[in-house]
Write a protein that binds this ligand. Sequence first.
Ligand code: TTP
Ligand code: MG
Length: 370
Amino acid sequence: MRKVIHIDMDCFFAAIEMRDNPKLRNLPVAIGGSSEGRGVLCTANYEARKFGVRSAMPTAHALKLCPQLVLIKPNSSKYKEASHQIKNIFARYTDKIEPLSLDEAYLDVTGSELFHGSAQLLAEKIRNEIFMETGLTASAGVSCNKFLAKVASDWNKPNGMFVVTPNDVAKFVSQLPVEKIPGVGRVTTERLHQLGIKNCHDLQQVPLAFLNMQFGSFGKVLYDRSRGFDNREVESLRLRKSLSVETTFSKDKNLEELILELPSLEEEFTYRLEKLKLRGEFKIKQLFIKLKFSDFKIVTCEQRKHEDFLIPLNTNQIIDSTIHNFLKDMIVDSFGKSDLKVRLMGVGARFFTEKEAPSGQLDFLKLLAG
Ligand code: TTP
Ligand code: MG
């Protein structure tokens, strides 16, 4: 049985601005771009939320809802500093920390013997230390897996905490609205509602095969979460050693056709890497290509030395033409002189671990949350 704590800071950017300027404390405050430049809001304090002001809302619209709204431009260095402070506090209690963004992380505290193993008391201690050392409030969820801990941290927000014990799980999930399941956005919610499925109790009545048919691989996630199941590990950055994406073709491909498929895999890879970047710093050690032939034989080709090419610093477009050509050459190498066609192709990267990471040269992923 795991013990997971999910910590999420309350109206993070806005709370920092209110801390630094107490005059703002009782006013509706939002952080974001100006209404002239078609700006949007990063977040708003709880006072502004009473008027319906929300994250990602166009500033112009927010000002219509709440004309007295105090608008502040983002100060990202301050937010990063507070983010570092809270991560240092987490590190006092566990090394299994999975940051999800600047203000949010999962902590696996299964092995902790503090407070006689009470994760609830430990979460209380962490919230206290955050407040004492940063002047900011955090909310916490405590449970036996990531899903339940995350939902629980939202339960008594702001400045609150909620525990779902193993005995409470069935009762807790059965009344949970489907839109509370992380990953269920507006579109999935609408589709579930059309099917007459409003909460997890309704969802539990639906066979897995039907969910698979309606929602593809997300069907299994819905099936599990509606029962309170989630066996994903808390993945600390140090544990993350590689990232790969692959695709199985509906019809087997020859060499030329494989190369035509490369850009879409590169795009998917870039997208996944961008998402990882939000959680920390990753330095690529080695790229690789994987091919599975029609006889199911697998061939991989790895870049031998990272000095083989230099990835331009500070580029947003991670896969440029140099890397594209490099991957293309690896596909040609892996394919060799085969008479067979290929049913699956993958593109991946292995990362430097913290200890191995060279300084400087491969620093192209200087990351937001790092
Ligand atoms: P959240 O934790 O989603 O929001 P929050 O901390 O402001 O409010 P809550 O009390 O509901 O947790 O996001 C954390 C910070 O990330 C937020 O303060 C601003 C930033 N952010 C954006 O810049 N854009 C966005 O669309 C969102 C959702 C957040
Ligand atoms: Mg938050």
